[in-house]
Design a protein around this ligand. Structure first.
Ligand SMILES: *Cc1c(COP(=O)(O)O)cnc(C)c1O
Length: 453
């Protein structure tokens, strides 16, 4: 299988190269040249498989440049770090409402599904190519810790994560700075998240520095992330009761469109998921897109669901490309218009498949409280957004993107109960090892020069 850029101006790559490259040289995002199609017989064959085996059956169609036995081992290793043997359990709240729990990975958020796998793919690449790799990223929360836990202790790799000192939650900081691993560098920047990002941009623009350290970015546009996320949609679909499976709407809290894009891509491979509800917080660019067709940037207002505080969705371009029949000239034109005017009027997307809801910040605590009172179940602030407007016509499967234990302050103020998780309790006992740096590309460059592998 080969992977093409949405902008069509760069040669297709095999799986391992597309994963290593991240953003395509023409500025586009990689997608499979063709989408495999699953028949009813394939789905019946997949139904009894445990998570890691299902993941192997799925990924082997894409990662055709990795020896199957090696791929199987990489995948098996990626999901043994999950604390629940079902990996992605479905919890039934009532006849019409279930929750798909995607937070049993090491950092208690759904990003572990992709980043545990990506870490093992990087490790495999280092070993087979005899090269080291240095991963650099900036985070305001979940992505940084999930990336760190994907690479933690892996030979041939080092990971440097920049974050604004004092502005992530204390637990998120502990997940990054208390790992005890020698190849992990939590870099607390004296400045804001935007300062950290600006420094990161400078460093990636420095071609010499970038090549010298074989720098790789962690961000939501990596092809492996989308493919890894398709698997839990498939797994969940196969575990829904046969009678309601084809009727169920998947409700996805989203900011960057990364999560729901994976579900929709799977549907395009012939898995008959009925529909998706795109659930945003107050930063509602995607809500506006799916209700009016108008895709338009506006300012970001920090919310209680911070991992969805996103101004533009980087995965939108994949959606656009697949929606308009893989016309890369049109994609280039739309992205150019969007860059110039900050907006684009989308005419022909799949309106039967998508609906949308938005959730104001004031609603989040009251939804957490309602769900708790009605079902005795605690949702985190991101998952709460999904409950803002569930369908009245059909069953809903809500994707729970993070554990409530990651957001104790919001949960305590909503229901007066402190959510706990043993892994977070253990972190509170461990020494914090962070490196304080000025928000300045020069200082960060010097640190990486001194510590890169
Ligand atoms: C990253 C994140 C999201 C948003 O995911 P997208 O890929 O932007 O759709 C939602 N919830 C949590 C907890 C996250 O960490």
């Amino acid at each position: 299988m080969r992977f093409v850029s949405t902008r069509g101006q760069t040669p297709p790559l095999g799986f391992s190269d597309a994963v290593a490259t991240g953003l395509a040289p023409d500025g586009g995002l990689y997608l499979p040249e063709t989408l495999p199609q699953f028949s009813a017989a394939d789905l019946a064959r997949f139904e009894p498989l445990p998570y890691a085996e299902l993941c192997f059956e799925f990924l082997k169609l894409f990662a055709t440049d990795i020896e199957p036995s090696v791929l199987r081992a990489i995948i098996a290793k990626s999901y043994t770090t999950f604390s629940d043997p079902r990996i992605a359990p479905i919890i039934k709240l009532d006849e019409r409402t279930s929750v798909l729990e995607l937070f049993h990975g090491p950092t208690l958020a759904f990003k572990d599904f992709a980043l545990q796998l990506l870490g093992n793919l990087y490790e495999h690449q280092c070993a087979t190519r005899g090269q080291t790799i240095n991963v650099l990223g900036a985070t305001s929360g979940d992505t940084g810790s999930a990336a760190i836990h994907g690479l933690l202790g892996k030979p041939g790799t080092a990971i440097f994560i920049l974050y604004p000192d004092g502005r992530t939650s204390p637990l998120q900081e502990r997940q990054m700075a208390c790992t005890g691993a020698d190849n992990v560098y939590a870099l607390a920047i004296d400045g804001s998240f935007d300062d950290a990002q600006a420094a990161l941009k400078d460093l990636f623009a420095d071609q010499d520095f970038r090549t010298r350290h074989r720098l790789s970015a962690v961000n939501s546009i990596n092809l492996a992330r989308v493919l890894a996320q398709c698997v839990y949609y498939l797994y969940a679909y196969l575990r829904l009761p046969a009678a309601t499976r084809a009727e169920t709407e998947f409700v996805v809290p989203t900011g960057n469109f990364g999560n729901v894009l994976a579900g929709w891509t799977l549907q395009k491979m012939g898995v008959p998921i009925h529909s998706f509800k795109v659930a945003t917080n107050q930063n509602d660019i995607l809500y506006r897109l799916f209700t009016t067709g108008d895709y338009r940037v506006s300012a970001v207002a920090p919310s209680l669901a911070p991992s969805m505080d996103i101004q533009v969705s980087s995965n939108f371009e994949r959606f656009l490309y697949l929606s308009i029949g893989r016309d890369s000239a049109k994609v280039r034109e739309v992205m150019e218009t969007f860059k110039k005017t900050g907006g684009y009027k989308f005419e022909n997307f799949d309106r039967d498949t998508f609906s949308a809801s938005r959730c104001s910040d004031a609603q989040i605590p009251s939804i957490i409280k309602d769900v708790y009172q009605k079902y005795g179940y605690v949702v985190d602030p991101h998952t709460a957004c999904a409950f803002a407007d569930l369908s009245k016509d059909r069953p809903s499967l809500v994707l729970a993107t993070a554990s409530p234990a990651k957001f104790p302050d919001t949960i305590i103020s909503a229901i007066g109960v402190e959510p706990k998780d043993p892994s977070l309790e253990a972190l509170k006992q461990r020494p914090l090892k962070k490196h304080l740096l000025k928000a300045d590309a020069g200082a960060i460059r010097a640190f990486i020069d001194a510590n890169a592998v």
